[in-house]
Design a binder for this molecule. Sequence first.
Ligand SMILES: [Zn+2]
Length: 867
Amino acid sequence: MSSETEEKRSKAQPNGCERAFVQRNKIKWFWAPAFFGFWLLLYVTISIPACHRLPRPLTIQDEETHPDQFIAERAEKNLRELVSLGPRVVGSRQNEMAALKMLSQKMQKIRSGTANDIEVDVQVASGSYVHWSMVNMYQSIQNIVVKISPKNTNSTTYLLVNSHYDSVPAGPGAGDDGSMVATMMEVLRVLAKSDKPLKNPVVFLFNGAEENPLQASHAFITQHKWAKYCKALINLDSCGNGGREILFQSGPNHPWLMKNYRRAIKHPYASTMGEELFQHNFIPSDTDFRIFRDHGSVPGLDMAYTYNGFVYHTRHDKAEIFPRGSFQHTGDNLLALVRQIANSPEIENSAKYAKGHTIYFDVMGWFLVFYTETEGVILNVIVSLISIGICGYAIKLISVNSGIKLEKILKKVGHTLLVQILSVVVGAILPVLLGLFMDAVHLPLSWFSNSWLILGLYFTTFFFGLAIVPAMYFHWTKQDKLPIGQRVQLLLHCHCILLSVLTLIFTICGIRSVFVLMLSCLFYTVGLIINIATRLHTKDVAWVIPHIVCTVPPFVFFAYFSHGFFTTFIPMFGRFGENLNPDLAVAVFSVAVGFLCCGFIIPVLQLFNKSKTIICGLMGITLLCFIIAMTPIGFPYRPETNVQRFAVLHTKRTFHDADNKVRRQESGYFIMPQDRRTYTVKHAVINMTLAQRIGSDCDKEINCGLPLYNQRWHKTRKNSLWIPASEPVLGENVPTVLLLSKNSVSPTRIRYEMQLSGPNHMALFIQPLNGAKMMDWSFHQAPLRLSFEPPYFIYFSWGVNGDPLKFWLELEKPNGNWNSTTLELGLGGHWTHHKELITPDFKKFLDSFPHYVDATPWPASFESRIF
Ligand SMILES: [Zn+2]
């Protein structure tokens, strides 16, 4: 060691009180828990509460002192009334009569004594559209449409507000979407009473068939008399119960909507990242927003509750657990937003303002940041380049201060950059391996009820990988002339350069969510500038203070943001299906989130004495959490709150041969597991040992011989289980296809006229046989025009009117051989809301499921016919 460096070292030795903290140019090891505790404390005391903060709900008593405001208690009353009707499935008396009556009466009440014009219209509509590969066909479904307009207006620019009052058969649909219906009703009441004038009319669409799926919005936007005047949309839905509604889709291409959102909103909660995830189909849900956008070109804002998705679409989605504060949150926002957009000059000529995407996010629910995509690109590029520049300057200063030649320092930078890349790679691989391992040892979803296990299992593993690689590098290059404080700074600079380059690459790829990386670089660079300006960067440890201070704001923000993200996604793993290993997905999420939140924090560990021991301690936490995952704490399910989902169809299957004789008939329980841990119920459920995978039927029978009407089930149908059982009791209205006539149109072409009747949810599968080709039909033309693979799938459901559906098919056989069969039809029927059809055997079977299971029971039938 040269005497010059020796001198510099001794200068850097700490004095006085600094000595308690620092030893041999390193921080004493026992400060490490405090270091971790500090960040954990920020997360628990700032980020999490910000994620769950709700405003004080107003009660009816508050009304006098808060005129013209949204009253949460009234919305709550609305919800309780709606939910008391029970599940509101399309075609059921509850949906088509009771809910309609209740809503109509409320509207009549609001109408009386208002200074505005209020028109109420009940729409009954039939139609169809193509949804993925399925023809989604509806008959006589209903909407209640309410238009509120200022007196004597002739404005032809309306704002549309939509939510749905129907529900899935499984549950009362309080969160989804009764809460939004109740909120809309209250907003309508306040607007009707208010003397603050609206400039343009607002159409409130109380949508009667969303879960069916998305039929009523299609009916409205393609057929209703007011549809063509709707120039903007606010869509309100839910995949949870309570919490804050998030704005997760906007536009497309209408930045003025976001501008108005920012102006109006009282409690902002919005995320560009949600929009990108949703639009790239990472989220297994769809909303009416898409229908309005694709079939009506109506731009809008899409908002939904995502909190407590555990109860979504189950019988536990109750009004009692819906917090009043959530009503106030959404109500305040919606009321302000409706006024803002309906009165905005842009809505009157929205095409003029249709320019580009936007980037938006709220900061801790305090305020909204919003800018256009072009501004985003400029910002990302400038920040990245400045960050790289400042890091480069800091590297040069290291050379100047240490007296080591710049080339040598640059060589070190190259090594450090490689080490940092390697550490991220190792850090990413370890949680992924753990995710595979957890699944292999039958412990997936251990964090489903206790989500903190994700921190202990996957985040710690990632941090370990991220920290151990540089620790080993520093260990192996101990003789390096550069003091450790400088080497850690170099590591951080390299991380910042890495992030800046990633920001530039993702910006070029057009990924809007990359603003998070840009923010990371921005705050790091600010810290670095402070260090350079104060010359603290030359010290061994003191530079950490500005660094940490500047890391706190992005950490708190990212932790807030990530907490919302995990809160949304964790429940979804209970319904992503059996094919996805949820632990693998959570491992990947943890790597991404850990990288974002702690990328500038973890390298600081290298400054501690006994850093390798501290880093290995992280693996100790992982091991501990693995042991916990094996105990009842790690068992995923809890009755009422964190249920395991199954759909159980008590099904009768009948297959006919070409002579219309029954060739195969059986009855059983058809079970669709919704998550990865199907085997947990194996020992509890009656006859589960007789269960067979349905897979082999998929090669033999049309649509695997299954009555599925939901498109989403098709992906997992091969893995579904079949347990032989006694025959179901089916309703009177058993699905039937009647051949009305069969005529040859030409020697090679034949036309079938048919009629379909049955319960209000049916699926028709059509398979041409023996070289026959479907040439034309009375159904939606898209499957033929776009040459869909047969069997063609027609989903048909009806609301108030169950009249048979007449249809025709035209098939061609180039050889003109009509002696062989031409056509096979598969016909599925569902009784989605008939409790009386559940047989004692079926009930016994359902009761044998463990109490933490939410099994949705349906009688169903499937029949195949050959023509
Ligand atoms: Zn919904």
